[in-house]
Design a binder for this molecule. Structure first.
Ligand code: PEP
Ligand code: MG
Length: 587
């Protein structure tokens, strides 16, 4: 039995079988071969190409059955590359001509293709580069005998183990029966982790070496509550976790009963609780979990796991469905926040040294206005069907807000000309998640209809820590005096201008901070839907007065450690049934 400790990023306990997903690139070195070996080397290469073709045809068949024939074309382009004479014959010529191993020859030929494509400047052809790399990687793996793993098509009860996973991988896992996942790297506010929470899938990240220590088929326990992973558990441990799992499930059921009750404090203050939404289908059941609206619809997930860009019609239909489902409450559609850790296939934004500081979110939208406008038109059209609101991510100041508004006005003009209905008074809000926006919140507030604080990014940028990096995750501290001052400043600026201020970062759904959030005066808290009853349970036992007192005290402290101690001690003492002495939830 081996026990690993990491960062628990999604609650729940899973007991299953490990399934290792190998995402490392195969390294290739040049090896000389003799005259006699050339023939066998070419035969080996041809076998690898044939195997790759069989595998792709298999996947194509499964894909067509699962999600429809129209999606099979994704793989047609890969199959066509395998038939490409230049690629296959080019590699064979090189094996013969330079008397080198097949892996090296293939890598060289692919390299040549890449430089030709780089010089073309055509967006469509640039996309094809990724396809060729993908196919090349598959042939290389078949040459080396290492299977190419995908997170789709997994065995039942699989617990996925990987060095790292992209948010698009997590997205894919929902379709399969993945029970949980664990990774070597990662942090609690990565989109991979956020996605796990929205799928209710236990997850532990930042385990450093786990992908090297576990083999496929190993019995494994993932405790997302405590951030613990046990491989090959002994019988006593297995039974202990079985009991913990049973208890956790029982509390989950009990909590759902609270969902319908109002989020009202003992002294009558009502807190508006909304849900964050990543995948449109998840809107089903959100009201049952107690969500009074969607405080953040991360629309960029409409761009994931596909080869083309979503059309205006797709944006429109997705938003319309959500708005109708959430009636009579509002839905805040955040315009796509692409870049950072969310890079869709059709728009590779590659090669940035600092993706978090690069071409992300509204910066990308303003650069590619034609893509932005397609989405805006879709959202605007949905506004004719209910209370949908627009929100821009990563606004750095008034100037970007005005530029984004300009594109919205262009989209509105077009719709008016085309006589397509939309809500002329649609509310347009701003995410406050960059320090420059936080300190100019008073100026932005004059030109915005509402604010929503994105603490995941605000803390990342305020503390200068990469939110994906587990080594600096310890500095991710919502109770740091800098963060608390920012939050206070933003709420005050919004309220002074008469606009509502919400929070949709992960801090908003963390029970430990419930009183502080109340004390800071947020009008809306938007969180993963499963956190709503947990937060509600605490609000219903609280008083506004005590929240204000605690918050004032916390803001007055000079260090994050002192503020944390104050809040943890207070919360554990005040809610002993719910919060433990370590500040974690008891269930
Ligand atoms: C945030 O930054 O807090 C936020 C809600 O947006 P995202 O996590 O998608 O960046
Ligand atoms: Mg953000």
């Amino acid at each position: 039995m081996k026990v690993f400790h990491g960062i628990g990023v999604s609650l729940g306990i899973a007991i299953g079988k490990a399934y290792l997903v190998d995402r490392d690139r195969i390294s290739v070195s040049r090896k000389s071969i003799t005259d006699e070996e050339v023939k066998e080397e070419i035969a080996r290469f041809k076998r690898a190409v044939a195997t790759s073709k069989d595998q792709l045809q298999d996947i194509r068949k499964k894909l067509s059955l699962d999600i429809g024939e129209e999606h099979g074309y994704i793989l047609d382009s890969h199959l066509m590359i395998l038939d490409d004479k230049m690629l296959v014959n080019g590699a064979i010529e090189m094996i013969k001509g330079q008397m080198v191993n097949a892996e090296y020859a293939l890598k060289e030929v692919i390299g040549r293709f890449m430089s030709i494509f780089d010089g073309m400047g055509d967006e469509y052809l640039k996309e094809r580069k990724g396809d060729i790399e993908h196919v090349g990687e598959r042939i290389l793996r078949n040459l080396s005998g290492k299977a190419l793993d995908s997170v789709s098509d997994l065995p039942e009860e699989a617990v996925v183990i990987a060095h790292d996973l992209a948010p698009s991988d997590t997205f894919q896992m929902r379709k399969d029966r993945v029970m949980a996942f664990v990774t070597d790297i990662g942090s609690s506010t990565s989109h991979t982790a956020i996605m796990a929470r929205s799928l209710e899938m236990p997850a532990v990240v930042g385990l450093e070496v786990i992908s090297r220590e576990v083999s496929t088929g190993d019995p494994i326990i993932v405790d997302g509550n405590q951030g613990v992973v046990v491989v090959n558990p002994d019988q006593a441990t297995f039974l202990e976790y079985l009991e913990r799992q049973r208890r956790y499930k029982y509390f989950e059921k009990e909590l759902v009963k609270i969902s319908k009750l109002p989020a009202r404090t003992q002294d009558g203050h009502e807190v508006h609780l909304a849900a964050n939404l990543e995948i449109p289908e998840d809107v089903e059941g959100m009201q049952e979990h107690g969500a009074k609206g969607i405080g953040l619809f991360r629309t960029e997930f409409l761009f994931m796991n596909r080869k083309d860009l979503p059309s205006e019609e797709e944006h429109f239909l997705a938003c319309k469905k959500i708005v109708e489902k959430m009636e009579p409450y509002h839905v805040i559609a955040r315009t796509f926040d692409l870049g950072g850790d969310k890079i869709p296939v059709p728009m590779p934004i590659k090669g940035e040294t600092n993706p978090a500081l690069g071409l992300r979110a509204v910066r990308f939208s303003l650069l590619r206005r034609e893509i932005f406008k397609v989405q805006l038109r879709g959202i605007l059209r949905a506004s004719a069907y209910g209370d949908i609101r627009l929100m821009y991510p990563m606004i750095s100041g008034v100037s970007e807000l005005r530029q984004a508004n300009q594109v919205v006005h262009e989209a509105m003009d077009e719709l008016r000309r085309e006589k397509i209905p939309f809500n002329e008074d649609i509310k347009i809000g701003v995410m406050i998640e960059i320090p420059s926006a936080a300190v100019t919140a008073d100026l932005i507030a004059k030109e915005a209809d509402f604010f929503s604080v994105g603490t995941n990014d605000l803390i990342q940028y305020a503390m200068a820590i990469d939110r994906l990096n587990e080594h600096v995750a310890y500095l991710y501290e919502p109770l740091h005096p800098a963060v608390l001052r920012f939050l206070k400043m933003i709420v005050e600026a919004g309220h002074k201008a008469g606009i509502p201020v919400g929070m949709c970062g992960e801090m908003a759904g963390e029970p430990l901070y419930s009183l502080v959030l109340l004390g800071l005066g947020f009008d809306e808290l938007s969180m993963n839907q499963y956190s709503i009853p947990r937060m509600k349970k605490l609000f219903r036992q609280s008083e506004m007065k005590e929240a204000a007192r605690l918050t004032e005290k916390a803001i007055g402290l000079p260090t994050a450690e002192e503020a944390r101690k104050l809040v943890v001690d207070y919360m554990a003492g005040r809610f002993p049934e719910d919060i433990g002495a370590d500040g974690k939830l008891m269930y």
